[in-house]
Each structure stands twice: as C-alpha cells, then as structure tokens.
Design a protein around this ligand. Structure first.
Ligand code: 3HC
Ligand code: NAI
Length: 694
C-alpha cells in the first residue's frame, strides 16, 4: 500500500508510504483521493492530516513515470490537489524532512500547513528541465510572495522550513512531535466552521511585479542559455500574476506538457538518475559492509596530492600528508593554504574554518606516520618504478585493512596492486585536476579489489561530494581512453583541412566547455606527447597524426610556455589563433601529400562526438563500464560535455544508433578510416533498433 489511513482522536491521518521518498506515483495519488473520500464519508472525522512516512513528506511526482501512461492516468496530481483543496473538512499538511516539487504542490493545496523545523522546501522541477506542473507556479507566489517564490522556482534550491516561518506557507512550525501538533491543529480547525482558507484565493501583492519579473528574466538569460525551463517558469508565474489563478494554472499545465518532452529535460533526468545509478555496482550488493574511514594519508603534495587532501579536509577528515623532501612538503602546504585563502577572499569560507582545516593536516616525511591511516591515496610521479617503491613501503607500514589507493591516470592498477601482498585492499582513485574542484572521481576496480573496498570508497565519494563512477582497468580508464579517440580525430582533421580555432569553435558551439586544442593548451601539450611516445612503442600499428608532435618539438606546450596551438599574451589566458601554427599545419599537410579540403563544422562535431561514442561502446563491450549512463556521468562531470545533451551515449540515442552506425561506416571508408572500426555494441543495437539507454 502506498498510502496508510488511520484515525487519531477523530482526525483522519493519511500517511504517504511509498519509499524511498514518497514519490507521488499513481498508487500514491489514488490512495490520497480514496483517503479524502473515506474521511468525508466518516461522520466521526472532523478534519484530515496528510503526512509522509520515513525520510520525506514527499519528494514530488514520481519521475520514473514521466512520459509513460501512468503519468497522466487519473487521478492525476491535479485531481488529487483538487480533491484536497475542495474537501469540506479541513486538510492539514504535516511537513517534515523534504517537501519538494509535487509534494510541496500537494501541501499548497491543503488548507493549513504545519512543518517541522529543518524541512527542505523546494520546487526543484527546473533542475529536471521542467516547471512545477501542479499549481506550484501559481500557489507558491500567493503563499510566500512573488520574489521568494520566483527565486525558489527558477533556482530549484531548497529553503529550510523555519526560514519561511513568517510567510503564509506555514501556519505553524512544530518544535515537538510533528504529528501530535498537526492532529491538534486539525482538531481545532475541524471545530471551526468553514470555509477553510485556500492558497489559490490569496492575492500576489508586490509594489512592482512587472519590474521584478523583468529583472528575473534578465537574470536567467545568461545562465539558462541552453535550457528552456527557467524562462517558462517566469512566464507561468507572470501569467498567474497578470491573468489570475485559473488562466495561470492552464498556462502552467501547457508549459509542463511541452517541457517534459524536450531533449533538455530528458538529458537532465538522465543525469539525475545516472548520478544515483553510478553509485550502484551490479555485483556489489548494497548491504556490503563498509570499512570505517576516520584518518586519511596522502602521498605526494604536488598538483594532485594537495587538491586530493583538500577534499578530505573539507569533509572534516584529518590528513597525514607525506613528501620526500621538506621543501616539496612546504610548497604543497603553502598551495593548500593559498587555495583556502582565495576562498576566504571570495567570502566562501571563514577565516576560522581555514584555520580548522589547516589544523587537520599532519605534514610528514616519515612513512611510519601513515600507520594509523584507514585510507592512503598515492599521488606521486607517474612512473611505475616510483609507484612500486611507494606501494612496497605502504605494504610494510599500513595497518591491516587500510585501503591503499593510487591516483594514477595511465598505469595498470593490477600491476600496482601486485607490488603489495594485499591486492584486495588496492583500488584506483582517479581524481581530476583541480582535484578540490572537479566533481568526477573514477574508481578503478582492480582484478582483486575487494567488494567492501569498493563499497567503502563509493560511500566516501558521497561524503567528499564527488560523483564516483567505477571503471575497470584499461589504458586511460573510461574518460581518458575515450578522449584519446576524440583528440585523434581532431588531429586528423587538422591534416585534412581544418585549423585549430575552427575545430574548437565548432565543438564549443555544440556545447563543450572547451574545444580539444584550447583544452590541450590548458592541460599541457607535453602530457599528450608523452602518452603518444609510449603508444608508438607499445602499439606501433596504431595510427596517429604526427602534427601534435611537430608542435611539441618547437616547445609550444601550451599556456604554461606562453604558446601552444594558440598564442598567449603574457599573463593572459585568452587563446589567440596563431599564424605560425596555422602555417605549420598547412605545411604539414603539404609535406604529407594531403590535399586539404574544407571541412564543415557539422563534420567536425560528428567526428569528435562519434569518436567518443564508438570508444564508449567498446568500453561497454569489454565491461570496463557497467552501464552507458556511467560513461555519460564521466563526460558530464569531468570533461565539460554539455549537460543539456545528457552525455555522449544519450546523445547517440537521440541521434539514433542506426544513424550513428551509418556515419561510422562512412568515416571508416574515408582517409584515416582505420580509426573507425565500429564497436560490436553499436552494430548490435543499431540492428535491433535500440539505444544505449533503452
Ligand atoms: N521520483 C522518483 N524517484 C525519486 C524521486 C522522485 N521524485 N526523488 C528521489 N527518487 C529516488 C532516487 O532516484 C533514489 O532512488 P535509488 O535509491 O533507487 O537510487 C532514491 O529516491 C533516493 O534518492 P537520493 O539518493 O537522491 O536521496 P537523498 O536522501 O539524498 O535525497 C531528495 C532525497 C532530496 C528527495 C532527492 O532525491 C531529490 O532531490 N529528488 C528529486 C526531487 C524532485 O526533483 N522533485 C520534483 C519531481 S518533478 C514534480 O514533482 C513535477 C510536479 O511539479 C508535477
Ligand atoms: P606532481 O609532479 O605535481 O606531484 C607529484 C609529487 O609527488 C611531487 O610533489 C613529488 O615531490 C612527490 N613525490 C614523488 N615521489 C615521491 C615519493 N616516492 N614519495 C612521496 N612523494 C613523492 O604530479 P601530479 O600532477 O600531482 O601527479 C601525481 C599523480 O596524479 C600521477 O600519478 C598523475 O598521473 C596523476 N594524475 C595527474 C593529473 C593531473 O592533471 N596532473 C590528473 C589525474 C591524475
């Protein structure tokens, strides 16, 4: 049963009971309407309380029902709210923990609302690419005022119940037992004769509503460039203010039905579920016990080690930071402090918190100081010999059961694990740079990594606010393995006829935060060069354009040398197209006997994105990633793939795998076609008419 009905002291208590968050799926909606009718027919009942069991009042409409027949099956949420609002016996919503989306809209349909302090109140629909579709854009402004409501609707950000205590949203904030308070409130209300107040009857009072709405419109213009929903939220609120409740409600409904069909909403919902799905590992049961992590060790205080340490410090975990030399340690500590100071300057951190975080660091040059760490993350030089030294030493000093992690970006985690006598405790934790900022964490599962180690690091990732995605062991793991194919295509296109700025412009227009050449200049062209040099040895048959090597031979490593694919003015980061590089590219084509052709922007985008898709499909074929949405999460959180497109694999689904396969075969037949062997999964899904996420 999704809804429980009981009588308490002459009051009907309707308890939503649809774990995990009392989503308003069809059976819950039905249960509410039946509860209201039952209460109406029971002469012994004078009033009704609606509340939620477990961890929420309600998290809103059941998102899994969207675009399925159940979403529109009666009673819809509209019908439910009408039944609540139209009830002759007063209805009191007893709100605790979470009242979001349709949950809040349901509460707004009640005659009275009593809330526990600390409840998160939100209309977060905009984050799913839609707008509140059950009266939220109409009733919330009438309950909390135009400004607060518009801010909440357009941002989707939760506000704590006590912060809204002085608005008409809440009739009381209950400090003690919520249900007791709500039942008492309902009893008093039931003793009064009706009619009982309805939010819809209130007026939106504002000295300059039109001005504020225009201000809101200007404010969202920049942030909501690729998303239609924030604009529609404002339009719907405006419709209600100007044309009254009923017309506003009808307009809101129209907008909701249109938005729920948009690719942007599909992408945002995919990301919502993808993030949660990523934390589940198919063969690691959710009840796997976890190891306690109370103290962390970080080895290497360079670019990555410092940022990695900050993640744990921010979560209140003490960190022992180990280096080989005092000066490297001092430098690392100074960088961490500098990063925190920058946050203090921006008002994002208090000076006290800075001190508290720095006080959690124990700097050391001695491995023995790592003996009590529960987790040790290594971020030393990317050389297998150095990793061997570190892991052999850790095997000697780390306590039994400690998790030993490597931040390696290219080395074989199984080999690293084999440097110890406890490979089951070894895992890859691949943070992205800057490690204190980037959301993505690739968790690299070695052949022998124990289930409880995986369960522990996945839980820890949540604590340090990372999106963790599990990858099997392979060269580059999920993200870098795919980006290599993307960069390979970018370089091929240079020798075939494009120039760096054109390639970047085309893919940035598609929505990437940064094109491949600007990105390489930022990361350092020497990094890719080192990887290619290794490939030339290990996989001599793999065909690369040598154009990037040419660039590196001239010392143009990117921003750090003041020149790369672009020119840079001293102290500036603006990428200026370089005549010298363009000439170098053209000369290279000539030297190779390649007749340069005009490459259309569409081809640039298609080749870059499909290179990611095809490699992503191979990653699925090999079981390196367990699901397509994991790959999308890697690209959305670590590589600047446009959120409104939902990641490369969802984008491929949108294009259709039949079309994807045809394009791959077309490119396979062209010059540099050897990079385009279609993945088995692409061919299979295309022939079955399915997608990666179907
Ligand atoms: N529908 C379906 N499933 C939902 C859901 C919803 N509205 N909200 C959460 N869930 C599921 C999650 O997918 C997850 O499932 P899983 O355990 O199988 O992975 C589970 O509930 C728990 O979610 P979280 O891990 O996110 O739990 P937290 O405790 O961290 O957070 C929460 C709870 C704050 C409710 C958070 O889940 C959340 O923000 N949910 C989305 C709320 C939302 O967007 N509501 C609006 C829905 S649209 C709507 O109401 C339309 C209406 O206007 C007509
Ligand atoms: P870095 O050169 O900035 O820092 C490495 C630090 O390790 C130096 O401070 C050095 O003194 C210290 N060190 C070296 N040997 C040591 C030892 N035996 N014991 C203790 N400390 C030692 O290097 P960076 O960039 O921080 O990389 C570290 C690791 O992180 C590498 O494995 C790299 O592949 C990986 N990585 C790097 C990313 C990046 O963008 N820089 C991204 C993701 C992973």
């Amino acid at each position: 049963m999704a809804v429980d009905y009981t009588i308490r002291d002459g009051i009907a208590v309707i308890t939503l009971d649809n774990p995990p968050v009392n989503g308003l799926g069809h059976s819950t909606r039905l249960g509410i309407v039946e509860g209201i009718e039952r209460a109406r027919e029971d002469a012994a009942v004078s009033a009704i309380v609606i509340t939620g069991a477990g961890r929420a009042f309600s998290g809103g409409a059941d998102i899994t029902e969207f675009n399925t027949p159940k979403a529109t099956q009666e009673p819809t949420l509209h019908t439910v709210i009408q039944a609540v609002e139209g009830s002759a016996k007063p209805v009191v919503a007893a709100i605790h923990s979470v009242a979001m989306g349709g949950g809040l809209e349901l509460a707004l349909g009640a005659h009275y609302r009593v809330a526990a302090p600390g409840a998160q109140i939100a209309l977060p629909e905009v984050k799913l690419g839609i707008l509140p579709g059950a009266g939220g854009t109409q009733r919330l402004p009438r309950a909390v005022g135009l400004e607060t409501a518009l801010n909440m609707i357009v941002s989707g950000t939760p506000v704590l119940s006590e912060k809204l205590a002085n608005t008409a949203l809440f009739d009381a904030i209950a400090e003690g037992d919520l249900l007791d308070a709500a039942v008492k409130f309902a009893k008093d209300a039931g003793a009064r004769s009706g009619p009982h107040p309805k939010v819809r009857d209130r007026k939106v009072v504002h000295p300059n509503a039109e001005g504020f709405i225009q201000f809101a419109r200007n404010s969202v213009a920049a942030i909501a460039k690729n998303f239609p929903a924030p604009h529609k939220c404002i339009d719907a609120v405006e419709a209600g203010v100007k044309q009254g409740f009923d017309k506003g409600l009808a307009f809101e409904r129209e907008c909701f039905l249109a938005l729920v069909q948009t690719p942007e909403s599909r992408a945002l919902r995919h990301a919502f579920f993808g993030e949660r799905a990523a934390s589940k590992i198919p063969d690691v049961p959710s009840n796997t016990p976890v190891r306690a992590i109370e103290r962390v060790g970080v080895i290497g205080a360079g670019t990555m080690g410092g940022g990695i340490a900050m993640n744990f410090l921010n979560a209140g975990l003490p960190v022992t930071l180990l280096e080989t030399k005092q000066e490297a340690l001092d430098r690392g500590l100074a960088t961490i402090r500098k990063n925190y100071e920058a946050q203090v300057k921006k008002g994002k951190l208090t000076a006290e918190k800075l001190d508290a975080r720095m006080a959690l660091i124990q700097p050391t040059l001695a491995y023995d100081d790592l003996a009590d760490a529960d987790l040790i993350v290594e971020a030393v030089f990317e050389e297998l010999g150095v990793k061997e030294q570190v892991f052999s030493k850790l095997d000697e000093v780390a306590k039994s059961g400690a998790i030993l992690a490597s931040n390696t970006s290219t080395l074989d985690v199984n080999k690293i694990a084999a440097f110890t006598k406890r490979p089951q405790d070894v895992v890859g934790l691949h943070f992205f740079s800057p490690a204190n900022v980037m959301k993505l964490l690739e968790v690299v599962r070695g052949e022998k990594t124990a289930n409880d180690v995986l369960a522990t690091v996945m839980q820890l990732a949540k604590k340090i606010r990372k999106t963790a995605v599990v990858s099997g062991v392979c060269d580059g793991f999920i993200g870098n393995r795919m980006i290599e194919q993307y960069i390979r295509q970018a370089l091929f296109m240079l020798e075939e006829g494009a120039l760096p700025a054109q390639v970047d412009r085309a893919i940035e227009k598609f929505g990437f935060a940064m094109g491949p050449f600007r990105m390489s200049d930022l990361a350092g062209n020497d990094i890719g060069w080192a990887i290619r040099k290794r490939r030339y040895q290990e996989q001599p048959d793999l065909h690369y354009s040598r154009i990037a090597d040419r660039l590196c031979e001239t010392g143009r490593f990117g921003q750090k040398t003041g020149a790369g694919w672009y020119d840079y003015k001293a102290g500036e980061r603006n990428a200026l197209p370089s005549k010298l590089v363009d000439e170098m590219v053209i000369a290279y084509s000539k030297e190779r006997g390649i007749e340069r052709r005009k490459i259309a922007d569409d081809e640039i985008v298609e080749r870059l994105v499909l290179a990611l898709v095809n490699e992503g499909a191979k990653i699925l074929d090999e079981g390196i990633a367990s699901k397509a949405s994991d790959i999308d999460m890697v690209y959305l959180t670590g590589y600047g793939f446009p959120l409104y497109r939902g990641g490369p694999m969802l984008y491929a689904d949108t294009v259709g795998l039949y079309n994807v396969e045809r394009a791959i075969r077309k490119y396979a037949a062209q010059p540099n076609g050897d990079a385009w062997a279609p993945a088995k999964r692409v061919t299979e899904l295309a022939s079955q008419g399915k997608g990666f996420n179907s």
